[in-house]
Design a protein. Structure first.
Length: 93
């Protein structure tokens, strides 16, 4: 069915690489770093009230929420969160 050496198509959630609440877990970030050399940071899941205003984490969270919240697409479908909605919820947006 698939030729040797070709990637298989993505068929959804992979518990080894994806966090159940949305985004990549540490193993997924490590794999991405091996493949591309990029250094992905974990999400800022600290509640906004606990973050010091103007800190690096607070600025990163605010920037992510502005970018992701303004992107097109639904945050939930049929009563379930979409990947976008799960990420926004996890980042406390």
């Amino acid at each position: 069915m698939f030729e040797k050496g070709k990637k298989k198509p993505f068929h959804g959630y992979n518990p080894k690489r994806h966090h159940k609440k949305g985004g990549l877990n540490q193993a997924g970030r490590d794999k991405f770093k091996r493949e591309t050399g990029a250094n992905l940071k974990p999400p800022v899941t600290t509640k906004p009230s606990k973050l010091k205003p103007g800190s690096k984490k607070a600025k990163r969270r605010k920037s992510f929420c502005a970018r992701m919240g303004g992107s097109k697409g639904p945050t939930s479908k049929d009563g379930k969160l979409t990947p976008k909605g799960a990420a926004l919820k996890r980042w406390n947006c």
